[in-house]
Write a protein of this length. Sequence first.
Length: 214
Amino acid sequence: MKLLVSGSLVALLAGAVIASSNCSGDCPNCPGQLAAVVVSPGTSAVLPGRTVQLAALALDSKNHLLSGGSVSWNSLDQGTATVDGSGLVSGQAEGTARIVATIGGKADTGNVTVTSTPGFAQQVYPILATTCGTAFCHVSPGPPPNMSTAASAFTALTAPAGGYLTAGDTTVGKLIHRIRGDTAPMPPGGALKNLQPGNYDLITLWIQQGAQNN
């Protein structure tokens, strides 16, 4: 059986093919083919028995974010942490687990540290930098506390005049109340949705253990 196609439809289809083939020239921001997968965050931490959510970002050669595509998750160190099909990591025992995300044959590995003695620079600050520092809010010249670096964040958060925390006491301090969202929710106008219960527990434990610059 022959398929009869009108002249006008042929012209339309030909134009569509030309437009598609010239996308890279006419539309430099058009998404391209999958070039890389990035696990986000690449480094994170969680307490034993708690969870932390990871995401897999699909990127083209120009780092444009691509949508769609099935993600396969796998933990290379299941005795330390497991991961389900949505990227939710569960801490099992202290150590570092390698979590692999695969999309369309491309893969990336993120590291999740399972710890019961969280350190500021390696575990606490990365959480604050990717939540409180989102959209360059708590970085210069934004509002205090300055979280541009781990050093500046620690200095600002532990300064007595700031009232952000009291080492060893998890019932007081603006940091605890704000990341929990029960007062002055951050960012302004809504609770800090990116902060997960496992992250909150980790920061709380760090304060409880003395808020050391470790």
